[in-house]
Every structure is written in structure tokens, then in C-alpha cells.
Design a protein around this ligand. Structure first.
Ligand code: DAH
Length: 357
């Protein structure tokens, strides 16, 4: 019995890890362990022998069990000490310098334009970028055979054979949001709709994805004069100059009648644009009085209501205002470009505090 005791207490003291300890436990005090075997021999002993051996064996079993438990917690403590030693971290060290992110010019300009029109009572409306071709074309008075459909270099969504849903496109302009907003809100209505649009085109001034902002104002007596005032106010606020001059040039869009393209008086001095003076004109947007067919597509009675619409290229506005030469760089995700042309995330544009300080 003493041999058994020494054998196991020494082995337990020398065990290197928990699994070695478990093997020892099974060998010593497990159901088929050596102590159990010895206990089975009690049956063959005389009652006198048994009275001596029984308590001794039980005491040995207890002693081994408590040695096992003590060793187990010593091993756990050692493991914890080791982790604390290797995973040590000095939280008082200074952090590595992290460069602050910046706001992309497209986000900045969207924010600026939205701020200006919000001040004139326009709410923001939204629509999907993957658009039902009825909203993108038909509802805007662009029937299937109309040349605008091919001029717009439309991306069509893949259609599985047997698909009965209407064809879908990546919207080619934000004008379909006019229809969605009219159907949802009815008249009178005053909304702008900023967002992404898509056309298969790529060069220094065209990217397959770009941004527009659509405007729509419908009421009983809204006229071209209201359109002109709104756009002049907008340009004055946006370009942050007291004097702007706009030129309305007769044009054609299927969704407006009459239609006008709007040019801004400007001059180029040493490659920088000056707005409000000079002998150049820069085209900045398309606009017009909403066509009766379009009002009807939006569920609005053209005998009761009328109004204007316009569409502006956001990226183009950003290039003009902030003197950014190449549109393609807008979408390259080049950090050096973003740092150079980006805006502080903490300066929200506001009319009172300044749009682009
Ligand atoms: N949707 C036109 C385009 O992408 C822009 C436009 C022109 C929008 C005239 C309008 C508008 O709302 O009245 O080229």
C-alpha cells in the first residue's frame, strides 16, 4: 500500500498537463484502477483484516483524489500565468497615427445641393437603381421605339428564359423618381431626388456610373418663371457668388414641354472657373414644364396641375465648383486623390454656416 501511495503521489506531482493527470486518475482510482482492484480483494479477507485494510484503502483513495485536484488547479494557475505573461499589452502606449477619412466631393456636393433645395421647401425622394423600364422610359413619355432609348446606352438586366416580369434596367437618369414620387404623394408636390445613374459610356467626362439630382415641383399654377427663379437662387447659393446669369436655351426632352437647357455665364482664367462673369457659357442642366403624359403616368390630372422638372449632373457640379479636371478619378478610390479633394467629415454644409468652408 505504501508503494502504491508513493508511486501515484510522485507521478501526480510530476504530471505535465491535464491529460497526463487524467490518465493517472484512471490508473489509480478509476473503476478498473489499482485502488479499485485492491478494494475488490477485501472480499477475500477475514473480517479482522478487512477492518484494518478497508479504512486504509479509503484513506489512500481520498489522498490520491485530493492530490489530483490540487495538481489540476496548480496546472491551471500555471497556464493562466503563462497567458498573462505572453499576452501582455501596454495600453498606455500611444496608438499608431491613423489618418482621418474625408468626405468624397460627390457626397459633399449632394449634401450642398440638398441643403439649398431643402431651404426652398423641397423634400428628398428616392427610387431604386435597378428600375422597371416602364418607370425609366414609358412613364416619362419615352415609348419603345423612341430614339432616346438607344441614345442613353442603357444597361439591361439579364433576363432568364420565361421570366414574365417587366424588363429591368440600371436607371439611366433620376427622372423615374418623378413618377414614383407623384404616384406615392400626389399633387401638390415638391421633391428632389439625388442618386446614382448608369450609362455604358467611358471617357474623360463620362463614367458608366455617375450622379444626378432630379427636381420636381407641381402645383396649380407653377410656371417657367418659378423654374427660372429656383435655378438662379440655386446657382447663387451653390457657387457662393452674389451674381449669376443663366441662359435658357430651347431644347427637347420627351418628358417636358417646353424644354430648356440651362447655361451658366462664366469665364476660365488660368484654368480656374469664375462664375457670373466673362463671355463663356457652361451647360449645367436640363429642365422644362412637365409633359401632360408624364403627369398622367404619375396619376396626376394635367387639367388641374402643372409644374416644372429639372435634372442636374452632380459630378459635373463638383468638377466645376472645386476645379477637378478628370471625372474618372472620382471613382478610382485613390487615397491620395481623396485626401486632396475630400472634405472634413465634421463640417456639414449649411446655408447659415457656409456650404463649403
Ligand atoms: N433626365 C435627363 C437626362 O438624364 C435630364 C433632365 C432633363 C431631367 C430635363 C429633367 C428635365 O427633369 O426636365 O439627360
Amino acid at each position: 500500500m505504501d508503494d502504491l501511495r508513493t508511486k501515484y503521489l510522485d507521478a501526480i506531482a510530476g504530471a505535465g498537463d491535464e491529460s497526463a493527470l487524467e490518465d493517472l486518475r484512471l490508473q489509480a482510482v478509476g473503476k478498473k484502477g489499482e485502488v479499485a482492484l485492491k478494494m475488490r480483494e477485501l472480499g477475500k479477507m477475514t473480517p479482522e483484516e478487512r477492518q484494518v485494510m478497508g479504512p486504509k484503502l479509503n484513506a489512500l483513495k481520498d489522498e490520491i483524489n485530493s492530490a489530483l485536484a490540487a495538481k489540476k488547479s496548480a496546472l491551471a494557475d500555471a497556464a493562466l500565468d503563462e497567458r498573462l505573461r505572453t499576452e501582455w499589452l501596454d495600453v498606455t502606449l500611444p496608438s499608431r497615427p491613423v489618418r482621418q477619412g474625408s468626405v468624397h466631393p460627390v457626397s459633399q456636393v449632394t449634401e450642398e445641393v440638398t441643403t439649398i433645395f431643402a431651404d426652398m421647401g423641397f423634400a428628398v425622394a428616392e427610387g431604386p437603381q435597378v428600375e422597371d423600364d416602364w418607370y425609366n422610359f414609358d412613364a416619362l413619355n419615352i415609348p419603345a421605339e423612341h430614339p432616346t432609348r438607344t441614345e442613353m446606352d442603357t444597361f439591361y438586366m439579364h433576363r432568364a428564359e420565361g421570366d414574365v416580369r417587366p424588363p429591368h434596367v440600371l436607371r439611366t437618369h433620376t427622372s423615374p423618381v418623378q413618377i414614383r414620387a407623384m404616384l406615392e404623394q400626389g399633387a401638390p408636390i415638391r421633391v428632389i431626388a439625388p442618386g446614382r445613374v448608369y450609362r455604358a459610356d467611358y471617357d474623360q467626362t463620362h463614367t458608366p456610373m455617375f450622379h444626378q439630382i432630379e427636381g420636381l415641383a407641381i402645383d396649380r399654377d407653377i410656371s417657367m418663371a418659378n423654374l427660372k427663379w429656383c435655378l438662379e437662387e440655386f446657382c447663387r447659393a451653390f457657387f457662393e457668388v452674389d451674381k449669376v446669369e443663366l441662359r435658357f436655351r430651347a431644347s427637347h426632352f420627351p418628358f417636358t414641354e417646353p424644354s430648356a437647357e440651362v447655361d451658366l455665364r462664366c469665364s476660365w482664367q488660368d484654368g480656374t472657373l469664375k462664375v457670373g462673369e466673362g463671355d463663356d457659357w457652361m451647360e449645367i442642366l436640363g429642365s422644362g414644364m412637365v409633359h401632360p403624359h408624364v403627369l398622367r403616368s404619375g396619376g396626376i390630372d394635367p387639367d388641374q396641375w402643372q409644374g416644372f422638372a429639372f435634372g442636374i449632373g452632380i459630378d459635373r457640379l463638383a468638377m466645376l465648383k472645386y476645379g477637378i479636371p478628370d471625372l474618372r478619378a472620382f471613382f478610382d478610390s485613390d487615397l491620395r486623390w481623396l485626401r486632396h479633394y475630400g472634405f472634413s467629415a465634421l463640417d456639414m454644409p449649411s446655408l447659415a454656416g457656409g456650404l463649403s468652408r
